[in-house]
Design a protein around this ligand. Sequence first.
Ligand SMILES: [Zn+2]
Length: 347
Amino acid sequence: MKKKIGIIEDDQFYDHRVNVPVQECPERLRSIYHQIRKPEYGDLFRFYPPRLAGTKELLSIHSGLYLDQIRNHCVTSNPFSYDKDTYLMEDSFHTASLAVGGCLTLADALLADEIDSGFAFVRPPGHHAEVGRGMGFCIFNNVAAVASYLRDVHGLNRILIFDFDAHHCNGTQQIFYNDDRVLVFSIHQANLFPTCSGGVEEFGEGKGVGYNINIPVFPSYGDNEYNCLLGKVLLEVVCQYSPQIILVSAGFDGHAQDSMSDLQLSTEWFGKLTRTLKFYSSIYSTNKLLYVLEGGYHLRYLTESVMEVIKALAEPVPDEVSFPFSPRARELITSALMPTLQYKWAV
Ligand SMILES: [Zn+2]
């Protein structure tokens, strides 16, 4: 029997909300859920109810002090008492724990071979959340919790996190900065939020040297430049690292119509990227792809881009993928990326 795409979706993820206009809002998921709940996708998906992450699972990536701070801010009357972006209200701790637990549920299903791939449609997003600090709409670092769980509970020691959100994954980077069992690879717009992280020179420390790769790109970069960069750099890294699983921090705010960045990615690009990842995974990894939703704030293009990913996940693995040549991307590789990458990787 054909296996399916595992999906985490639940109306409880709407419970984290405020009564003022904010970009990270329940409507993001409402729009996606409206599409994926259509009967025509009935045979394609296997839906899993999310579970709550336990304290031990949260403590594998966050400090106890931080968990206490979040609990305390959730009961104050001002939802912005913790941070100007990262609002917290009564249900936020519960919803954020459910987001982590949902991702862990999907990871278990993928490792048990119940599904071909998975997409966790959860919120709040997670990749900015550091060990002891939430920021940028993120409370708990969902994808980091999955990597930590796979490492500590399932014993995996070559886990790739690929983050294509327009913003740098400062939290994910920090959590695994000294760890060679989790390779964090991020492509993002340079000097966007958070402006203090995401440079090429942030390459890991100690055992983790070489296992943190940042590709900060210029604001006007779009499909062609991204494809050239990923075709050259990501391909080489996946080939040499041979990950046991690829976790994808999937942010859609690099779309040309999303006002949160100046990137120029098309809707179709997100599908092409997924085909590329499937192709890489089939040759150099284990065909296990788990997507976790991060950013993406233009409701229409977020949803359409997500559906491009779903469409690509449902297709057979492509026989080949091709990469265009982009002079601008090539220049970035030779002038900025290669000098650092070559300490560890043959690029
Ligand atoms: Zn983002």
